[in-house]
Design a protein around this ligand. Structure first.
Ligand code: ZN
Ligand code: ZN
Length: 477
């Protein structure tokens, strides 16, 4: 303190305020590129969604009250974050639930327990279980070659060889072990089937997922062994010296009959809502083993965050609609119901996120030859995020039945699937497996792509689309 300070203070009170400068004009909204660049370094909404739903809801088995709680949670989140026309569109579906944790015990010649989980749509052994000799098949083709009736009274074990691939193509190679082996074995008299998990990890985690039984074949109990347990069983066959290997299998899934499920939708309404909307899809249901973080909480988080980001660059020309489909895992029930309810309402273009939260590495469309200008503009715009321009024909994700049914435009943003099948349909599908930096890269790329599509004035598909590849079904064929 000095003696001058009070004097200055008094003087300053006496001096009239300087003429006010006019307030600066508000800064213009950031352009789409700036919003997408910002999304790469800062995430406001995607983590909030996937962290929130995995924490407050957890697993969301299709058709159950847990899935219904997930829908309510997601609809509330969309409303809180400014989406309009939020709705939960109900439909009825046949619901299968897994029952008590599965048990598989080798009774002889090397008694011990193996980690097993039931496959979707498989039957129950009853609580007393089934005890039978196990016959081993290295591949689905070997099983197919087995003579009719040769599995009578036996449990089939069907192996596969699946490796990690960036494009996830090994799912198509190994997937039939889960999708069809139980049905083939049942048609040849097997009383039950266990498979080596369709997955690439080495934990004692069975990978569940849907299986199927052909018309006229009565469903049998079917389960997946974890990969290390399957390897153990295969070593037993080598050491058994021809002695029968006997397994007691206890799987207690149940069919609940028809229950209610639903598709949650919400919109960023465009400047011209009469134009066909851009449809962003994911699925909200999950298998019961994990908390549905990478499959597919992350996908819903990515598409919702991207839609909100697009609006930051100004109201888009077209409406951007998010579709959080229900009951994808157990048979694409939500996708089919959405198409049946809205087939007469054209969609401009569909995109889905359902392959985890790792980085996007390739962009594909089904309009590369019919609308090359648009395809090239998108490819050029996402190159700075490390995304290459693909030449595959986009097939769209499992929840985009409506767009395929309309022969509409599709975009695929291919994610790195190298570690996806370590986690897929296992107890390891939990939040901690999501890398926030890669999640942000997804949101950035999606923001850029959806922003371009939502501001496209002319029809996105001109002429006939290139025939689309069938999607890799997440649940089952
Ligand atoms: Zn999925
Ligand atoms: Zn899945």
């Amino acid at each position: 303190m000095n003696r001058i300070t009070p004097v200055l203070a008094a003087l300053s009170l006496a001096v009239p305020a300087a003429a006010k400068t006019p307030p600066a004009a508000p800064p213009p909204p950031p352009n789409l590129e700036q919003v997408a660049d910002e999304a790469l370094v800062r995430d406001e909404r995607a983590w909030d969604f996937v962290e929130g739903i995995t924490t407050e809801v957890g697993q969301r088995q299709a058709g159950t009250e847990a899935e219904a709680r997930g829908r309510a949670w997601a609809a509330a989140w969309l409303k809180q974050n400014g989406f309009r026309n939020v709705a939960d569109e109900h439909y009825m579906m046949p619901t299968w639930v897994p029952g008590e944790p599965g048990r598989a015990e080798i009774l002889g010649p090397f008694p011990q327990s193996l980690a097993v989980a039931p496959l979707g749509d498989s039957a129950s052994t009853g609580p007393e279980g089934i005890t039978a000799e196990v016959l081993m098949f290295r591949t689905v083709a070997d099983l197919q070659a087995a003579p009719a009736g040769s599995l009578a009274g036996r449990i089939a074990y069907v192996s596969n060889a699946m490796t990690r691939t960036q494009d996830g193509s090994q799912y198509g190679f190994a997937g039939p072990t889960r999708w069809v082996a139980a049905g083939i074995a049942a048609s040849k008299g097997a009383v039950a089937t266990v498979i080596k998990s369709v997955g690439t990890d080495s934990h004692r985690n069975p990978h569940t997922g849907g299986t199927s039984f052909p018309a006229g074949v009565k469903p049998t109990p079917a389960g997946a062994l974890s990969n290390p347990d399957a390897a153990n069983l295969e070593r037993m066959f080598k050491r058994a010296g021809g002695k029968p290997i006997t397994m007691k299998l206890v799987l207690t899934p149940r069919d609940l009959g028809e229950t209610q499920s639903g598709n949650v939708v919400g919109e960023i309404v465009g400047r011209n809502p009469s134009l066909p909307p851009v449809l962003l899809a994911c699925h909200l249901d999950s298998w019961w083993l994990g908390t549905g973080a990478v499959d597919d909480g992350a996908g819903c988080a990515i598409i919702a965050a991207a839609a909100l980001n697009v609006a930051k660059a100004g109201q888009p020309l077209r409406t951007v609609r998010v579709l959080f489909a229900g009951a994808e895992e157990t048979g694409l029930w939500g996708s089919k119901a959405y198409s049946a309810a809205h087939l007469g309402e054209p969609i401009a273009v569909g995109i889905e996120s359902d392959f985890g939260a790792d980085r996007i590495w390739r962009f594909d469309s089904n309009f590369r030859t019919t609308n090359p200008d648009l395809h090239k503009r998108i490819a050029a715009a996402v190159a700075r995020f490390g995304v290459s321009a693909g030449s595959e024909v986009a097939g769209g994700g499992a929840d985009l039945n409506i767009v395929r049914d309309q022969n509409g435009a599709l975009v695929d943003l291919q994610q790195d699937g190298t570690r996806y099948f370590d986690l897929h349909h296992t107890p390891d599908d939990t939040l901690d497996k999501i890398d926030p930096a890669q999640l942000r890269q997804n949101v950035a790329v999606w923001t850029q792509v959806v922003g371009i599509l939502a501001n496209e004035g002319t029809a996105i598909l001109t002429g006939s689309p290139m025939p689309s590849a069938p999607p890799i079904m997440d649940g089952k064929k």
